[in-house]
Design a binder for this molecule. Structure first.
Ligand code: NDP
Length: 241
């Protein structure tokens, strides 16, 4: 059965791959972005996926954005992938309040901002799939990422609690914790640091965004109805949670 999906931060990187994988699975997909118009336009032209700009860090913007996404899709959203995320890395003793607030607001606040306006509709219709993208660093913590690790750990708690609330309504809520994936976010890591990271990954390589896309296709399927509240670790064996 085909459904309607919204992927936040869905125009590039991991989110872009998730949008394309869900489209290939037959779903109608709308991809959200923050403001990078050029990338969003090129993505829409190349894939035929409709795009919608809104700020997942802002509740009103997300509420309006969800309404716009449903208008573009021509149907209510059944599958939500909360993927949009940012980093503002620095050691905690140098971290500003703004760096803390921005990451917590976008990476964790977005869980409320985008999911809350959607949840009533999913409950009424009795079916839904919510997939939240956390991180390996939310599981193990990462030096220089106190803000990001805290927000991503919060995503895991959000997932487990909401999964319990919605289980009887046909709505599953799961969380994916990617390890190091070959994207711009990782390309920004200094070369030496990246080499030492890859050396610590048992499969000996970075992950690919398509591999996260494939997991989202499974989690959003009918067959995954018994999988809820889970944290799906996909990190090449780097951290065995
Ligand atoms: P990218 O930086 O490549 O892409 C981020 C996407 O999120 C873009 O589409 C961007 O839009 C969007 N975005 C950023 N801020 C907002 C906002 N406030 N409102 C709406 N959209 C926003 O990220 P990745 O693909 O690397 O990461 C995707 C997710 O996976 C993130 O949650 C990240 O934390 C997580 N992750 C990534 C890992 C990796 O190895 N890359 C590892 C583990 C987790 P725009 O293009 O307009 O800026």
């Amino acid at each position: 059965m085909t459904r309607t999906a919204l992927v936040t931060g869905g125009t590039r990187g991991i989110g872009g791959a998730i949008s394309m994988a869900l489209k290939s699975a037959g779903h109608t997909v709308v991809a959200n972005y923050a403001g990078n118009e050029e990338v969003a336009r090129a993505f829409a032209d190349a894939t035929g996926i409709k795009v919608v700009k809104f700020d997942v860090g802002d509740f009103q913007s997300s509420t309006d954005g969800l309404a716009k996404a449903e208008e573009l899709a021509g149907a209510p959203i059944d599958i939500l992938v909360n993927n949009a995320g940012i980093t503002r890395d620095t050691m905690f003793h140098k971290m500003s309040k703004a760096q803390w607030d921005e990451v917590v607001n976008v990476d964790l606040g977005s869980m409320f901002n985008v999911t809350r306006p959607l949840i009533d509709g999913l409950r009424e219709r009795g079916w839904g799939r919510i997939i939240n993208i956390s991180s390996i660093n939310g599981q193990k913590g990462q030096m220089g990422q106190v803000n990001y690790s805290a927000a991503k750990a919060g995503v895991i708690g959000f997932t487990k609690a909401l999964a319990q609330e919605t289980a009887r309504k046909g709505i599953t809520v799961n969380c994916i914790t990617p390890g190091y994936i070959n994207t711009e976010m990782v390309a920004a890591v200094p070369e030496k640091v990246l080499a030492s990271i890859v050396a610590g990954i048992p499969v000996g390589r970075l992950g690919e965004a398509d591999e996260i896309g494939a997991l989202c296709v499974y989690l959003s399927s009918e067959e995954a109805g018994f999988v809820t509240g889970s944290t799906l670790t996909i990190n090449g064996g780097q951290y065995l949670a």
